[in-house]
Design a protein around this ligand. Structure first.
Ligand SMILES: C[S@@+](CC[C@H](N)C(=O)[O-])C[C@H]1O[C@@H](n2cnc3c(N)ncnc32)[C@H](O)[C@@H]1O
Length: 175
């Protein structure tokens, strides 16, 4: 009887720890950038058309969530990288990438995007929140190569003027 009680308490404690980690990782990402929300897969074509991405372009999803967009870019023939801070989402993303045999074209790395340089990328996709856009604008101005393209979903940069718009999506080209 005592053993059963112990097992029940251990199980409850384990579930509580998992739930706490789930919320802590989500909160951490929200404080450092944006909470998790998904771009609709049906909008991928809008994003690619707006960017006029070429097959040799290196594409980055900055804050990649569970990697579904990185996989969609890879399926469309591009080499795609995702940066994601939430380890739970990074694990899920790379599992999905493996299960869908996309390892050669897609990768999600566990990094804080504020601590990485974006200089290597030709096309960057951002689905963030308004609060992070001023700091991100400064970072992009310092690091991006001329001609690099940034597509943002809904939340625009405060000073940088966009070149084109399609619905909620805005294209910026670094001069
Ligand atoms: C709104 S979601 C976008 C997910 C995906 N890009 C999409 O469009 O479907 C933003 C993602 O950015 C991640 N994130 C927030 N701050 C971050 C940071 N500093 N470094 C890396 N990822 C971050 C969050 O964990 C979340 O998964």
């Amino acid at each position: 009887m005592l053993v059963v009680l112990f097992l029940i308490i251990a199980l409850i404690a384990f579930v509580c720890i998992l739930l706490s980690l789930y919320f802590i990782f989500g909160l951490y990402a929200t404080i450092l950038g944006a909470p998790y929300a998904e771009t609709k897969k049906k909008d991928l074509q809008t994003i690619l058309t707006l960017a006029k991405a070429r097959s040799e372009d290196k594409i980055l999803d900055l804050g990649a969530g569970d990697g579904r967009l990185v996989m969609a870019f890879a399926r469309a023939g591009f080499k795609a990288t995702g940066w994601e801070i939430n380890p739970r989402l990074v694990r899920r993303a790379n599992k999905l990438i493996r299960n869908n045999s996309l390892k050669d074209k897609a990768l999600v790395k566990r990094v804080n995007f504020w601590q990485q340089s974006v200089a290597d990328y030709d096309v960057i996709y951002v689905f963030g929140i308004q609060r992070m856009m001023p700091r991100l604008e400064k970072k992009f101005m310092q690091e991006l190569m001329p001609g690099a393209k940034v597509i943002v979903n809904y939340f625009i940069f405060p000073n940088w003027s966009f070149d084109r718009q399609d619905g909620n999506y805005y294209l910026y080209i670094k001069s």
